[in-house]
Every structure is written in C-alpha cells, then in structure tokens.
Design a protein around this ligand. Structure first.
Ligand code: C5P
Length: 212
C-alpha cells in the first residue's frame, strides 16, 4: 500500500485548512492541522501566565492529544502566542517526531508552514497556497463572524485590522531563523484569489495525480 504524504504550506488564512481537509477526504488519507500544535503550546503558555517569548520547550514536550481538542485555540491572543513559540527551536524539535510519525503511519495530508521544507522534505506532492493579504483578511474576517450589515467604513476598518494582524504574523513566520515560511523549491504554488474552494481542490487533485 502507498503511504502518500501531501504537504500543504502557506501563509495565514490562505485556505490551507479548507483545502487540506477536502484533499484528505478525497484521497482517503488522515489529515493533520500542524498549526494546532503550536496553538496548543501557545495556549498553555498563556494559561501558565508565561510570556510566549519564554522557553516553551518543556510545554511542547508535555503536549497531549487533549490539548488539541480545546475550543479556545483560535483567538487573536493565541494567534500571536503560537507564532512566538513557533520561533523557538526547542518547540519545533519537540513537535517534529509526532508530525513525522503521523504522516509515516498511513500517509497523510498535513498543513502548516514547514511541511514541505522540514517535516517531509521528500514528500512527492507539495502545495504552497497563497492569496493576496486583502483576500485572506476578508475570508478570515467572515470566518470570525464579521458582520456584513456594518456600514462600509466600519467593515473596511475591521478588515484592515485583521489584515494588519495577518501581515505581522506572516512577516514573523517568514523572518524567523528556524523553519521559516517559504515554498519548498519543488512545491507547486496555487494562488486562491480567484478560485473557490471547489476549484482549489480540483487543481490540487490534478497536481496529486500528475505527481503520483
Ligand atoms: O496555521 P495556523 O495559523 O493555525 O498556525 C499558527 C501559527 O503556528 C503560525 O502563525 C506559525 O507561527 C505556527 N506554525 C508553524 N509551523 C507550522 C504550522 C504553524 O510555525 N507547520
């Protein structure tokens, strides 16, 4: 049996999760949202009253499956804490074996920032999902319950605030020394600005079939 690993990387709110989940379903593979691992570490740092810049290695080593089931992992403060702890080499190395083991067992679709560059550098299929910061901010704003009934000005200001947060996180993720956000040299880039989820899935499936 084949143990296909598909790496899905890209900046925040580009549609990686939506695609990776649909792709896993279509291919009959397990799915892992690796951002949840960093979110769970950031969450536990916040709970412990520790700044996310302090050593989060011990917490990353002590992570248990129940930490990933928590419902409070997608708040703005966890966004920031996750990105901060994700720049710590001790955190990344503590989470490495789990991610490799998950993919190696039955194959998998994994989404994150460094799946194609660090976690599975030999994955036969690597996708790098992008979209303009404005398109990503609009999607994320809708996702978090942005009120379309707001006046135009208020709505635009809210979207711009989300956009600034996304940009700051992408810059931090791209500029860090360890496992920075960047496409693997053999990744195929999909720009999702003009594509709906179904079209992105079709394009991804085409690439999977071409490469396998
Ligand atoms: O994908 P998500 O937005 O949930 O990821 C949260 C944060 O976790 C990212 O901003 C990034 O700093 C970190 N992350 C990472 N490597 C991954 C997945 C996420 O550094 N593979």
């Amino acid at each position: 049996t084949v143990r296909l690993v598909v790496a899905v990387d890209g900046p925040a709110a580009a549609g990686k999760g939506t695609l990776a989940r649909a792709l896993a379903e279509a291919l009959g593979l397990p799915y892992l949202d690796t951002g949840l691992l960093y979110r769970a570490v950031g969450r536990r740092m916040l709970d412990a009253g520790l700044a996310a810049s302090e050593d989060a290695g011990p917490i990353a080593q002590a992570l248990v499956p129940a930490d990933l089931e928590r419902t409070d992992l997608r708040t703005p403060e966890v966004d920031r804490a996750a990105s901060l702890v994700a720049s710590q080499p001790a955190v990344r190395s503590a989470l490495l074996d789990f991610q490799r083991g998950f993919g190696a067992r039955h194959g998998a679709v994994l989404d994150g920032r460094d799946i194609g560059t660090v976690i599975f550098p030999d994955a036969p299929v690597k996708l790098f999902i992008t979209a303009s910061t404005r398109a990503r901010a609009e999607r994320r704003w809708r996702q978090i319950g942005g009120d379309v009934a707001l006046s135009e000005n208020v709505r635009i200001a809210a979207i711009e605030a989300v956009e600034a947060e996304l940009q700051a996180r992408d810059e931090a993720d791209s500029a860090r020394e360890v496992a920075p956000l960047r496409p693997a040299t053999d990744a195929v880039e999909i720009d999702t600005d003009q594509l709906d989820a179904q079209a992105v899935l079709q394009e991804a499936l085409r690439i999977v079939h071409e490469r396998t």
